[in-house]
Design a protein around this ligand. Structure first.
Ligand code: MRU
Length: 336
């Protein structure tokens, strides 16, 4: 599969798969203006916490190279970074990637090198998440996932789906149940698409059907991604993750959060401090439908994410290994 985010260094473009067109059409977009990049992140043409971090890093490098020797280079660069950071508030990888870009030398070619380093480290990190998480899976297991934390949400392997891909490479037969993930259907449009492309057996279900599956004992483990993990392990992920974690606890099914260390926000003590993005009512009332699905003017509650409390999580699957949820607060941000 084409990488969902990449850097066309020669043409100086941020290249993304337009995820709003999937699964019907695999369309690439080549972006070079700040407005195009802001729109792409806001409208979820590129989405998933790691992918938007990488996209913002490449985007900033593209913008810096276009500025060249422009007067006011430094202040324009910071304005661009601020605009990119403001596109989505919950996924901390976005701010993390921009901070990392601005922490080193600011000349265009150094920024391009840093963006490429962030891009390639994402591949390596997700592969390690897959190796650690894959060891938790056994031949014949049935895994439930929510939203899309797969290849499309990163540069290559995904986070929550990386264990499935690595287990598949190891010859284990894993069956994935994918929640459709209302309101924007990332599970139906993206997870079902990428797993099918990769030859992984997948069954799609409506979000409200997961309880039935769990009560029937049909699920061995739940794997989800994360947009931001607080220091105490509370985790923001796609709305619906909280409900799933409560059901997992009730039915005693292990609930794993798969994420790179860059998703842990050590400045955030607990889940209540994580800003939750509120999105447009139309996503609930009509997006993806040919006809409007609810009365005009109806009040809509549409948070993009919710918080899974640490006590509902069995473990965090990271590039450094599988960390029991109770031990997350003992971790530090520096790479060991
Ligand atoms: O609104 P989205 O589609 O960007 O939400 C994505 C998720 O919630 C993912 O689970 C999360 O970003 C982790 S992606 C590896």
């Amino acid at each position: 599969m084409q990488d969902p985010v990449s850097f066309d260094v020669e043409r100086n473009r941020l290249v993304i798969i337009d995820q709003t067109r999937l699964p019907g059409e695999l369309k690439l977009l080549s972006l070079h203006s700040i407005e195009e990049m802001e729109t792409a992140i806001r409208t979820l043409q590129v989405r998933g916490a790691p992918a938007i971090g990488v996209a913002a890093a490449i985007g900033l490098a593209v913008l810096a190279r276009a500025l060249g020797t422009d007067d006011g280079y430094s202040s324009k660069l910071h304005q661009y970074a601020d605009r990119l950071r403001a596109t989505r508030p919950t996924a901390v990888n976005l701010a993390w990637a921009l901070e990392r870009m601005l922490a080193g030398p600011h000349d265009p070619e150094s920024l391009a090198r840093e963006a490429l380093a962030i891009w390639s480290e994402d591949i390596e990190t997700c592969r390690k998440i897959g190796e650690h998480g894959g060891a938790l899976l056994h031949d014949g297991d049935h895994v439930l996932t929510h939203c899309n934390a797969g290849r499309l949400a990163t540069v290559r392997y995904g986070t929550a789906l990386a264990p499935v891909y690595i287990a598949q490479e190891q010859g284990k037969r894993i069956h994935v149940y994918a929640d459709e993930t209302r309101p924007l259907l990332q599970g139906a449009r993206l997870t079902a698409y990428e797993l099918t492309e990769a030859g992984v057996p997948v069954t799609l279900l409506c979000d409200n059907m997961a309880a039935g599956l769990l009560s029937a004992g049909a699920i061995d483990a739940i794997f989800i991604g994360a947009d931001r993990i607080a220091r105490n392990g509370d985790t923001a992920n796609k709305t619906g993750s909280l409900g799933l974690s409560i059901m997992a606890r009730y039915y005693d099914v292990p609930f794993y959060v798969c994420a790179p260390f860059s998703t842990i926000d050590f400045s955030c003590a607990e889940g209540g401090e994580i800003p939750i993005e509120q999105r447009a009512p139309e996503e609930v009332t009509q997006t993806w439908y040919e006809e409007r699905m609810a009365p005009q003017g109806i009040e809509v509650y549409n948070p993009a994410f919710d918080i899974v409390p640490n006590e509902n999580i069995a473990a965090f699957v990271t590039e450094r290994g599988v960390i029991p949820a109770r031990d997350l607060s003992k971790q530090s941000s520096c790479v060991s």
